[in-house]
Write a protein that binds this ligand. Structure first.
Ligand code: MN
Length: 260
């Protein structure tokens, strides 16, 4: 039986998880009323809380790495994004009001002198907000249902999918990400991108013609800051361990929503 203390703790954790999910939605997709947008220098973007404790992914990803990765690195992307947009209220409002993805898909619509800062820091904020949700305590295992069948159809089996994704992550030279995506013609594929780019990073022309609706299903951060404290130069060990914390339910939910 659950003690009162355990029950309270459980409720508190659920509340934190809900708040995190709702902050993510606000950061990524949900329109915000213009009146709530704070003054330029201090916002409007904020760091979403981790949806679990720092040590939730132990022993695969250590608490110290999670603390620095979230509290320092992700926080820096948010701070630098706000700083870059401080003198650009029109673009700030547009991005904060639910046009994050649209901005990343059409970066040439952003003034040239803040374009790189937006690419790196809005990209970093977006990628990390997703990345935290793509992992969970006691994750890993195998995906279920229709999504599992889709992986089998595209890759043969889960082991072959993981081998291909691992290979893409290993081949990233320097800092970057491996991505598992749903293409506009509803195919599942694996790509990698440097820095804080993702498969949705692009130009207006590309957004119109080439990849208007490419959607991210899963991403793996292979910047050294994501693993160096525990794994040093052994990126392969980090990737092997990371499979044990993948939140397949989150990925499958995205797939179900995006494929239609
Ligand atoms: Mn990172």
């Amino acid at each position: 039986m659950m003690t009162r203390r355990q029950a309270l703790k459980k409720t508190a954790l659920a509340t934190v998880a809900c708040a995190a999910a709702s902050t993510l939605r606000t950061a990524i997709a949900q329109p915000a009323p213009a009146a709530t947008i704070p003054a330029a220098q201090t916002g409007p973007f904020t760091l979403p809380p981790l949806p679990y404790a720092y040590d939730a992914l132990e022993p695969h990803i250590d608490a110290q790495t999670m603390r620095i990765h979230h509290d320092k690195h992700h926080a820096a992307y948010v701070a630098n994004l706000n700083k870059a947009l401080a003198d650009w209220p029109e673009y700030r409002t547009r991005m904060y009001s639910g046009y994050v993805e649209q901005t990343l898909r059409a970066l040439d619509s952003i003034p040239e002198n803040i374009r790189t800062a937006v690419r790196n820091n809005l990209g970093g904020h977006y990628n990390h907000s997703l990345f935290w949700e793509m992992m969970k305590k006691d994750g890993g295992g195998e995906p279920k249902g229709e999504f599992a069948k889709a992986i089998e159809t595209s890759f043969g089996n889960l082991a072959d999918f993981k081998a291909k994704f691992t290979e893409a992550a290993m081949k990233v030279f320097g800092s970057g990400w491996a991505w598992f995506v749903l293409t506009p013609d509803k195919k599942l594929t694996i790509v990698s991108r440097p820095n804080q780019d993702s498969p949705i990073t692009g130009t207006l022309e590309e957004a119109r013609i080439e990849h208007p609706r490419t959607q991210i299903l899963l991403g793996l951060d292979v910047w050294e800051h994501a693993y160096y404290l525990k794994y040093q130069n052994k990126r392969a060990d980090y990737i092997a361990a990371w499979w044990n914390v993948v939140n397949w339910d989150f990925v499958a939910e995205r797939y179900a929503k995006l494929k239609s």
